[in-house]
Design a protein around this ligand. Structure first.
Ligand code: ZN
Length: 361
């Protein structure tokens, strides 16, 4: 066992294959292998991983921006003439239910056409990355759609028909409110109460009260509070230190999401970004983290997998690159750790917010 552990320390210095990753993400934007067909309903999230990945790689020039912007707007669930579908507005994941292609309202009535909170989040984030001004987003409809998803306990459903409800969707909702600069889409007090109740006995944060601490839900909770500007207010210094300790203990060589689980590339972002938001990421071992992430790099087709010698996929490819960006890998754009887009895209969003406030006053 001791031998196995030490062998992790002996990775050769591996190169980061930037051009391969650019081509990997370009392919994700075109056509996907058959084994991804079940992901068709959430295609917008895959487009987000590819787009944001290309942005962090500083390779936005390979993208046909105008046609992608039009495609994303075609996924907006717009109010119908009688406005009866307002609680179902936001963005859908793809055109799989056969709603006619259109980028302008009014929406066409369809019994199964509703937005999904993760698609609204990744749709808006993709538009921001593409430099769009969000002027064609029906912000009021998005807010009505979001309010319809919140439960009494403060958590959110993903879709208005009902679904799992947990920390992931609170995070998506916080990103939507932050990007649209409008918090009328959620009852912040209730959302915060849900987050606080989800802190577990071991000081990590679970998907809900009484559930196991997890690196993904801890990120969602901490990042959502940061986007609300409430982190320091809602947790005492002592509680924050305990969350910091739980997160820092997740580093093995790379990071894992829970005690006694194998390390996985994506946690270099989920846990790494949480530690960055909590201002202690600098105390982690960057070299071991980098070596683990690069051990999951596919040297032939590009992208990253969750484990060495596994197939790369768009999610792990994106979070592998974000994990490397957090440790300052050369030639990568910096990632905004709470909003999970590049710092460049975040600055564009800030400019939009300034322009919106100026026109309001
Ligand atoms: Zn993973």
């Amino acid at each position: 066992m001791a031998e196995e552990e030490s062998s992790f320390d002996d990775f050769e210095q591996v190169d980061f294959l930037r051009d391969r990753h650019i081509r990997f993400f370009q392919r994700c934007l075109q056509v996907l292998p058959e084994r991804y067909s079940s992901l068709e309903t959430s295609r917008l999230t895959i487009v987000f991983f590819a787009l944001s990945g290309l942005d962090v790689l500083d390779a936005m020039d390979v993208i046909d921006k105008p046609s992608l912007i039009e495609w994303i707007y075609s996924l907006q669930v717009l109010p119908t003439e009688d406005q009866s579908n307002l609680p179902r507005c936001g963005f859908r994941g793809s055109s799989h239910i056969g709603v006619p292609y259109q980028t302008k309202g009014p929406g066409s009535p369809h019994p199964y056409d509703s937005a999904h909170v993760a698609m609204t989040y990744t749709g808006l984030a993709s538009l921001v990355i593409l430099g769009d001004d969000l002027s064609r987003v029906n912000k009021q409809a998005c807010m009505t759609g979001l309010r319809a998803l919140q439960l009494k306990d403060g958590s959110f459903y993903a879709v208005p028909e009902g679904s799992e409800n947990d920390m992931r969707f609170i995070y998506c909702a916080a990103c939507i409110c932050h990007m649209l600069n409008d918090w009328s889409g959620m009852d912040i007090k209730k959302a915060i109460a849900y987050i606080k109740k989800s802190m577990s006995y071991d000081n990590g944060i679970g998907q809900g009260a009484g559930l196991e601490s997890h690196g993904g839900s801890t990120f969602c909770a901490v990042a959502a509070l940061c986007l609300m500007g409430k982190l320091e207010e809602m947790f005492s210094q002592r509680e924050l230190d305990r969350i910091r300790r739980w997160c820092i203990m997740r580093q093995q060589n790379g990071f894992h999401g829970r005690p006694n689980k194998p390390v996985d590339t994506c946690y270099s972002f989920w846990v790494g970004a949480t530690l960055e938001l909590l201002d202690v990421f600098k105390y982690t071992n960057f070299e071991k983290n980098r070596n683990y992430i690069l051990s999951t790099q596919d040297r032939l087709v590009g992208g990253f997998a969750k484990w060495p010698d596994s197939h790369p996929d768009p999610l792990h490819a994106y979070f592998g690159i974000c994990g490397l960006s957090l440790i300052g890998e050369e030639n990568l754009r910096r990632v905004h750790p709470a909003l999970n887009i590049s710092q460049r895209a975040f600055e564009h969003l800030q400019q939009l917010h300034r322009a919106w406030t100026e026109t309001c006053t």
